[in-house]
Each structure stands twice: as C-alpha cells, then as structure tokens.
Design a protein around this ligand. Structure first.
Ligand SMILES: NC(=O)c1ccc[n+]([C@@H]2O[C@H](COP(=O)([O-])OP(=O)(O)OC[C@H]3O[C@@H](n4cnc5c(N)ncnc54)[C@H](O)[C@@H]3O)[C@@H](O)[C@H]2O)c1
Ligand SMILES: O=CCCC(=O)O
Length: 495
C-alpha cells in the first residue's frame, strides 16, 4: 500500500539536505527503506559516506559566524516559522512516520505535534539567553558572563521517534546559535528529510541545518562526527552500548556531549494506589509505541495485597488491543521496527516462561500480519532472575513482579545499571516524597504513566547517560559560558 501525501514533494528520495541544497551521495549509492508493517519498499535514500558528510560539516562551519551573530529574537522567528510549517504539514509528517516506523497513525499525529512543540518551546527560549552579573572578589574588577553557542553540532538520532528526537536536539541548538549536521536513522530517513524541506521553506539559512542519511556507513559517520575538530558538540539518542562508543571516540577532541541512552523503567504500584488509575497508567507507559520508547515501563512491580486484582484488570485492558497496520484506523498497536526487535522480545518471553513466569495473554509472534508483529503480552509471577528484570525489552511485553515492602521494591528498582525514568502509584503523601526522592533515575512519574512534555527536563542518570533535553535546561546543552572581567573599574566620581 502506498499512502498518499497531501504534498508529495515532502517525500525526498535519493537526496540529502546539505548547505541548503538537495544532494545525492557522491558514490551514487542508496539504501532501501521498508515499511515495517507490510515489508514493502517505502523508497531509497542516499548512503552518505565520510566524504559527503565532510561537505555537510564544512557547510555548517561556514554558516556558523553569521548565524551565531543573529539576535536571539531573529532566531526565534525562524524557529517559529519552522513550527508553523510543521503544523501546517502535520498530516503528511504523521503519514511519513507511520509509513517508515509503523506506529498507529493516531500516535504518529501525536508525535508530529510533540515534535513541533520543541520548535515552539525553543523559539520562546532563544531570546532569553541571559548571562550573570557577578560581584567580584578583586577590588576594581567587574565580572559578567555571556552564554555563547558551542559551535557546530553533530546530532545522531534513533528511529523510534523519527521526528521528535530530531526536533528535540535541533531546536535548542538553533535557539542557542549553533549550526548542525544531523545523521538521521537509516530506518526512518524520510521524516527527517521532510523536516529539512520544511526548514528550507521556513527560511532557515543555508548550512545551518544539514541532514545526512546512511545505513551501512552509520558507524563511519559516527566516527567522523565524534572525531572532527570542527564539531564541538555531539548529542546522541540511542542505546547505551553505542553511546559509550561515541563517548570514547569523542575523547581526543574533548567534545561537549549529551547522551540520552537506554532505560529499564521500574513501574511500582503500592497497595494504597487508585487501582484503576494505576492500571491505566501502566498500560499507557508500557505499550506506548508497542513498548519501543526509552521511558516505557519495563519492570512492573505490584504490591502483594492487590497483585491478583491488578493482573486481572491489566490483562483485561490488553484484551481490548487490536494489532495491525498503522494506517488502519481501528488498530491500537502496530508492528515492531524490524525482525531483530521481534526476536529480542521473543527471547525475553521464552526466558520468563522457562523460569516460571505465567503468560496471561499473548506471548507469540503474529506471522499472519507480517514478520514484525508480536502479540501484546502480559506475564505474571516474574522473578529477579528473569532477563526482563535486568534488560530493556523495547517491545510489547509487560512483566508483572509481586513485592511485599517499600524498602524491598525500591532496592529492586534501583538495582538496574541504567536510570532513565521510574514511575509509581500511591495516595500516601509521605510515601510520594520518600519514594520519588529514593528512586535512582532522571525522571519520576507519580500517579501518571506519561511524563513527556517539552517543558520538562528529559534525561537520565547512571548508564542512561547525561544531559537534559527540552525545558529551560535544554538550550544550555548547546551553550558555553564566557566570563568577561573588566579591570580598573569602580573608581569614585570626582567632585
Ligand atoms: N534516552 C532516550 O531519550 C532514548 C530515546 C530513544 C531510544 N533510546 C534507546 O535506544 C535504543 C533503541 O534504539 P536502537 O536499538 O536503534 O539504538 P542504537 O543505539 O543501535 O541506534 C540509535 C541510532 O544510532 C545510530 N548508530 C548506531 N551505531 C552507531 C555508531 N557506531 N555511530 C553512530 N551512530 C550509530 C543508529 O543508526 C541510530 O540512528 C534503546 O536502548 C532505547 O532505550 C533512548
Ligand atoms: O524514546 C524516547 C523518547 C520518548 C519521549 O520523548 O517521550
């Protein structure tokens, strides 16, 4: 099935966006992008190599002096125009997201709005890059600071939010006055390239935003972005393993880094919770994008007094899901991104089953729908020895672990080497403070399963990385503080 775009010129095949122009790979090589729902070809995109990417870096470097010297207000207006373009073309952006990522079209519409919201948010932050006036210790000195753009940035993003993971990086970078080279994910390049077309229409100057694509050459482009002396900052969203590699590669050029890496979110339901709200929150957190978000609940801990009731209500909700092609309006959940994702999910389910977990619903692939589908699955009687207890599944499997006490569950929650999001449901105010403060994660959702908001700082601790995106802190990742000390000041006025 070939979905229709209202504006077909948003589908850019075989060209990347470099220095304000559409360019093929110099080698002429392309790679195929397939619809994860049907397996059919969506299109082909350029296989950029280091040579092609060097040209994008050079364009970003050439554009930097003039772009950084614009006022914050001027950059704000550009971001606002990009926001307006995205809003006007939101249906097409959503279509591209569903086509290449597979998520249900309603979710894709949600993502298009979420992605655009970062342009709106950072258009409002751009004019407010305040420095400080600092009372000096040295007599006669006057000290103040400026927030300056860090320089050319290399951005590397994943396929699970083909639009939002890009805008959450590009918007603060531009607001700060940086120029960027963004390596779009090989699985979902077309949404990224459509965003570039909208940047062009919004009048973002040539060279400020460059979008390159690659599949096979991904690692060599990563190596270039992290070792180039022209690039002063790298921001990456993806797995912890790749984040660590990029950090090692960045060491020699001492880059500023932001790493938004994997999660393994605990979701705790205490006996005193509003049970129906907790079930709804866990469903929303666990099954968003079929479990393929870094903040999805991965380990659901339920206190013993309400465990059986929770399992029953939770399983009942999952019974209401309908899995299928993302363009079918009646479905609630789409495919996984590729067959490797399906086999990881399958391994986690089989491992839990072998170690005594009981499947209350699902548990199997859905070959009749295609090779990338897995049934939304619930497993009860989970134990800490099972793989799901320590590894992110990144798929539609809810493992329900029973627990007895607050101390015990907080210890289990904090045992993970990662710490991105954590959630819990409770109506006891003292416990709310105690547990929120005790969880070793970057973000805590209390009595809610959804925490994503352009106004909220997004990021992790431990092996989930560092840096914060969105919020008033997001722009700081793309700024450096310059201190200016004026000597010989403060002489008194002559009479
Ligand atoms: N913390 C967050 O905000 C966040 C958001 C989304 C996904 N994630 C994490 O990402 C993972 C899922 O995505 P994935 O499996 O595709 O991750 P991944 O790390 O394999 O890939 C992510 C991106 O990095 C690129 N990449 C891979 N190897 C690279 C290399 N050597 N050099 C440069 N780029 C490289 C990929 O092409 C892709 O675009 C999960 O662990 C998930 O938790 C984290
Ligand atoms: O998967 C990572 C990002 C998810 C989000 O921003 O809510």
């Amino acid at each position: 099935m070939v979905p229709k775009l209202k504006d077909p010129s948003l589908l850019k095949q075989n060209v990347c966006y470099v220095n304000g122009e559409w360019k093929p790979a110099k080698s002429g090589k392309t790679f195929k992008v397939n619809d994860p729902g049907t397996g059919e070809l969506v299109g082909t995109s350029p296989e950029f190599n280091t040579d092609d990417t060097e040209a994008a870096i050079a364009a970003a470097a050439a554009a930097l002096p003039s772009f950084r010297s614009k006022t914050g207000r001027e950059r704000a207006r550009m971001l606002r125009r990009w926001y307006d373009e995205m809003t006007a073309n939101a249906d097409d952006i959503a279509t591209l997201i569903t086509w290449e990522n597979g998520k249900p079209i309603a979710d894709a519409r949600g993502e298009a709005a979420y992605a655009a919201s970062f342009f709106e948010w950072f258009s409002e932050e751009a004019p407010r890059a305040y420095g400080d006036t600092i009372p000096a210790t040295v007599p006669g000195n006057r000290v103040f600071t400026r927030r300056e753009p860090v320089g050319v940035c290399g951005l590397i993003t994943p396929w699970n939010f083909p639009a939002a993971m890009i805008t959450r990086k590009v918007a603060p970078a531009l607001a700060a006055g940086c120029t960027v080279v963004c390596k779009a994910p090989g699985e979902t390049p077309f949404t990224a390239l459509a965003l570039a077309e909208l940047a062009h229409r919004a009048g973002i100057p040539a060279g400020v935003v460059n979008i390159v694509t690659a599949m096979e050459n991904t690692a060599e482009i990563g190596q270039l972005l992290t070792t180039s002396e022209t690039i002063r900052k790298v921001s990456f969203t993806g797995s912890t393993a790749v984040g660590k590699l990029l950090m090692k590669q960045s060491a020699d050029s001492l880059k500023k880094l932001s790493l938004e890496l994997g999660g393994n979110a605990p979701f705790i339901v205490f006996d005193d919770a509003d049970l129906d709200a907790a079930v709804a929150g866990a469903i929303a957190s666990k099954f968003r994008s079929s479990g393929q978000t870094c903040v999805c609940a991965n380990r659901i801990y339920v206190q013993s007094g309400i465990y059986d009731q929770f399992v029953e209500k939770f399983t009942d909700k999952v019974k209401g899901f309908k899995v299928g092609n993302g363009f079918d309006d009646s479905i609630t959940h789409g495919p996984l991104i590729h067959d490797r994702a399906v086999s990881k999910v399958d391994q986690h389910v089989r491992d839990a089953e072998k170690k005594g977990g009981k499947i209350t619903i699902g548990g199997q692939t859905l070959p009749d729908l295609g090779s990338n589908f897995f049934q939304p699955t619930v497993i009860r009687d989970m134990t800490p020895e099972m793989a799901i207890a320590s590894e992110e599944t990144f798929g539609p499997v809810a493992g329900l672990f029973p627990f007895e006490t607050e101390d015990e569950v907080v210890k289990m929650a904090n045992q993970a080497d990662v710490g991105l999001a954590g959630y819990f449901f409770s109506r006891d105010l003292e416990r709310v403070y105690r547990v929120a403060e005790a969880l070793d994660v970057g973000m805590v959702g209390v009595n809610t399963g959804i925490i994503s908001d352009p106004a909220s700082p997004f990021g992790g601790v431990k092996h989930s990385g560092f840096g914060r995106e969105g919020s008033r802190y997001g722009i700081e990742e793309y700024q450096v503080i310059k201190t200016i000390t004026l000597g010989g000041m403060g002489k008194s006025l002559q009479a």
